[in-house]
Design a protein around this ligand. Structure first.
Ligand SMILES: *[C@@H]1O[C@H](CO)[C@@H](O)[C@H](O)[C@H]1NC(C)=O
Ligand SMILES: *[C@@H]1O[C@H](CO)[C@@H](O)[C@H](O)[C@H]1NC(C)=O
Ligand SMILES: *[C@@H]1O[C@H](CO)[C@@H](O)[C@H](O)[C@H]1NC(C)=O
Ligand SMILES: *[C@@H]1O[C@H](CO)[C@@H](O)[C@H](O)[C@H]1NC(C)=O
Length: 490
């Protein structure tokens, strides 16, 4: 009896070992992907801050114009607070929790904190009626300095959108973030949830009534706002996105549905876009989460969105005749810009795969039939590539796996911590720029490899070695999704 038992244990142990070799530790990667946001925090850090090499910073943001704009996130490896990508980050984090929060385990608590760190700031940035503070810090002057956020002395210029200089894009994205987050906190913090929703409505109206793109008014002189997160094209996609989240968050107030439909009318191109600068695919997949929900809207109304969501899928599938993305030789999905930015697209694939299951539906891309599992397979391939299944045999997440980047383009990570080096570090000519990271920005996902799958661990190749909040956010959702036993996702 005993020998049979120990034999079974050996077999089980071997299976477990093989299992860990064959697949990734999604739970560990998930924990780290969320921890990363603590390294991006601006303002007064809380008692429960886990990334302790970071300290309080930018405690006077907004003081020069008499408003409190402390808090929020530095968006990437610099120390500017760009409200537009920050709001998008919050929306995607909130959506990740709404869809996959139940497989986050104890990390769900940290994910909620990460969202709140953004939304608390977004509330401050929209506290004054008909005003949206869309940036703190001067783009070029900040980028010219290699300084820790804790002792930076670059200008903390505040930029505002007003009725005269409107911002339909940023306002609508903030509305989306606050609306999505209001759903996240609907039961756990009703007062906060109600406050967020009421502000979301006001900010949406501001963006809706006073049309314009924020960066139009700040394109000149170049260097302060543009060319960093300039909003090109149109703001109708942002407005449709904001309205659709409000439709969901208000438990289906048709004013927002009609507004979203009206804004969507002209969104027939670039159906595969989803990022801070383009929302089309996000809108269509978001609609899939309300199809057949009581009180939402009827099927014929949602059909056009679902058809467009199908087109989005067909734009991504390698075997599809209408594919618009391409794949690197190592298998990484690629569109334009930085590689791991497209996590947002694969996040949509897993969200949409749930609808396909519910609706018992498959997608026809010309003569090619795409089944639900295929969407999951593509998304899993993307996540696994990032975690180490790639020609470089390396993880692109700092602190995950044996081999990962050590010279990321990130001021805080590269410079010594305040604990080790309390004296001020000057703006220019500090030798730390050339050293390996002195602090581990755990969970940071860098821009990623070249299109030939190679990667050079080099701080100078900004687009490869810089992490950003809006790249990590969709990975949080993806990693949560894959952090469940295989039968649940295949
Ligand atoms: C409908 O959308 C157009 C832009 O596409 C906008 O100019 C108009 O104000 C919108 N109408 C309503 C009622 O929202
Ligand atoms: C439902 O569908 C019909 C057309 O089939 C349409 O006229 C109607 O406005 C739709 N929406 C709602 C909310 O009933
Ligand atoms: C990655 O691992 C494979 C298989 O072990 C090996 O053939 C290849 O040379 C490795 N590539 C690099 C860049 O280390
Ligand atoms: C990969 O692409 C980069 C950028 O174009 C280039 O510098 C590098 O030499 C290429 N590496 C290989 C192995 O072809």
């Amino acid at each position: 009896m005993r020998s049979i038992q120990s034999f079974l244990f050996v077999i089980l142990g071997l299976m477990a070992m093989l299992g860990t070799v064959a697949s990734h530790n999604y739970a560990d990667a998930l924990t780290k992907s969320i921890l990363f946001f603590e390294g991006q925090r601006s303002g007064k850090l809380p008692q429960d801050q886990r990334m302790t090499w970071r300290k309080d910073s930018a405690l006077n943001d907004g003081a020069d114009i008499g408003v409190d704009l402390t808090g929020g996130y530095y968006d990437a490896g610099d120390n500017v607070k760009f409200t537009f990508p920050m709001a998008f980050t919050a929306t995607v984090l909130a959506w990740s929790v709404l869809e996959f929060g139940d497989s986050m385990g104890p990390d769900q608590h940290h994910a909620l904190n990460a969202i709140r760190w953004a939304t608390d700031f977004l509330m401050k940035a929209t506290n004054k009626p008909d005003t949206v503070y869309f940036q703190v810090g001067h783009g070029q002057e900040d980028h010219n300095c290699w300084q820790r956020p804790e002792d930076m002395d670059t200008p903390r210029t505040v930029f505002a959108a007003t009725i005269e200089k409107p911002s339909s894009d940023v306002s609508a994205e903030i509305a989306a973030a606050l609306a999505a987050t209001s759903i996240v906190f609907k039961y756990s913090d009703q007062a906060y949830s109600a406050t967020l929703l009421s502000r979301a409505k006001k900010v949406f109206e501001f963006g809706h009534k006073h049309r314009g793109r924020y960066s139009e008014n700040y394109a000149k002189p170049p260097g302060a706002v543009c060319p960093f997160y300039c909003s090109g094209g149109i703001a109708e996609d942002d407005l449709a996105w904001g309205a659709m989240w409000l439709f969901k968050a208000t438990n289906y107030d048709h004013y927002y549905w009609n507004s979203a439909v009206n804004s969507s009318k002209i969104l027939n191109h670039n159906l595969h876009e989803f990022g801070w600068e383009g929302k089309n695919a996000g809108i269509n997949v978001l609609v899939s989460t309300i199809v057949n929900k009581d009180g939402a809207t009827n099927k014929s109304d949602t059909d056009p969105f679902i058809q467009n969501a199908d087109k989005f899928v067909c734009a991504l599938m390698p075997e599809s005749p209408t594919k618009v993305v391409y794949y690197t030789p190592g298998g990484l999905l690629k569109l334009q810009g930085v590689n791991f930015k497209h996590a947002s697209l694969t996040f949509l694939l897993v969200v949409y795969s749930r609808f396909l299951k519910e609706a018992n539906k498959e997608i026809h891309c010309g003569h090619v039939v795409v089944k639900r599992n295929r969407l999951i397979e593509i998304a899993k391939g993307y996540v696994d590539y990032m975690l180490g299944n790639n020609p470089m045999n390396m993880s692109y997440m700092v602190g995950y796996g044996k081999k990962f980047p050590h010279k990321i383009h990130h001021r805080g990570a590269s410079l010594p911590s305040m604990d080790k080096h309390p004296a001020k570090i000057p703006c220019a000519n500090n030798h730390f720029f050339h050293h390996s990271d002195l602090n581990e920005l755990t969970g940071a996902i860098v821009g990623g490899p070249f299109d030939n799958d190679s990667y050079v661990d080099d701080r100078n190749t900004v687009e490869r070695s810089e992490p950003t909040t809006y790249m990590n956010a969709p990975f949080v959702g993806l990693l949560a999704y894959f952090n469940r036993p295989p039968p649940a996702y295949i």
